[in-house]
Unconditional design. Structure first.
Length: 273
């Protein structure tokens, strides 16, 4: 096979089947399952003979996507998230776009409908335009390996921006292609919305500081992010009697402080119903 699909899943059982049904039965798919869902693994591997589910200790999106890439043996990899509902048989069209470009590309990005293009479009400084992540993208395995994949220090957030910036600096081009997905706004089970939101806020602030530190050094990163610390401190006082908001802003403060003290991105969601 020319292309392997890699999907990182976390509490995604309610959405992931929608995408699996869109791929040709001959397409190899690897799911890195980060929430220890053995039931999903057994169900999927029984139903789909082309799918392998790897139960992985949750060490973040970067580690999971790197693991998935290492397990592939094809020329191309299509990275897809459970909440980006793609069109049927998208792989064939992506491989055709690769031929049009004579295989001279870094990433072919599939976009949501708000950012769609009508032709293959080269994007300048794409890392500055990534707000909600790349989502679903197609690339050659050897290119992914050449830039050492994703930085595994990131647990969540900004890892794709860092990845794309390094890709372009290594002289690989980023293209949008005239293919879209439907963004269903989150791949996780909504039962755990609050716990996952707390987790996201912690890592968003940690990752923001870490990314700026990589770019500009510790002192500049501190100056850039310190206003966020002050703002979160004001908010936590305002919401001292609202447990949910208090926990969110507390997570933001703790994420930044852990970054300032150069601690790893250790925080994990407490998934209790």
């Amino acid at each position: 096979m020319n292309t392997t699909v890699v999907i990182v899943a976390f509490k995604s059982e309610k959405k992931i089947y929608h995408n699996l049904d869109k791929f040709n039965a001959s397409t190899k798919i690897i799911i890195i399952e980060n929430s220890g869902n053995f039931n999903m693994k057994n169900t999927i591997e029984k139903k789909y003979k082309n799918v392998e589910v790897i139960i992985n200790k949750n060490q973040g999106y970067s580690q999971a996507i790197n693991l998935g890439a290492k397990r592939t043996k094809s020329e191309y990899i299509f990275f897809c998230t459970p909440d980006n509902f793609i069109k049927k048989d998208i792989i064939k069209e992506l491989e055709n776009f690769a031929k049009v470009l004579n295989n001279n590309f870094g990433i072919l990005a599939v976009t949501d409908k708000k950012n769609k293009v009508t032709k293959i479009t080269k994007v300048k400084k794409p890392w500055k335009k990534i707000e909600k992540g790349i989502g679903s993208f197609f690339m050659k395995k050897k290119v992914f390996s050449k830039i050492n994949g994703f930085d595994e220090n990131f647990f969540l957030y900004v890892e794709d921006r860092d990845f794309v910036e390094r890709l372009v600096k290594a002289n690989f081009s980023f293209y949008k292609v005239p293919l879209t997905f439907k963004d269903t706004k989150g791949s996780h089970d909504k039962t755990f919305n609050h716990q996952i939101l707390v987790n996201k806020n912690w890592h968003f602030m940690w990752s923001k500081f870490y990314y700026k530190k990589k770019q500009y050094g510790y002192l500049i990163a501190l100056l850039i992010t310190f206003p966020y610390l002050l703002w979160a401190s004001i908010k936590i006082i305002q919401h001292i009697n609202n447990k949910k908001y208090f926990e969110i802003y507390k997570a933001r403060i703790n994420g930044l402080i852990n970054g300032y003290f150069l601690k790893k991105a250790w925080f994990r969601p407490n998934l209790i119903n």
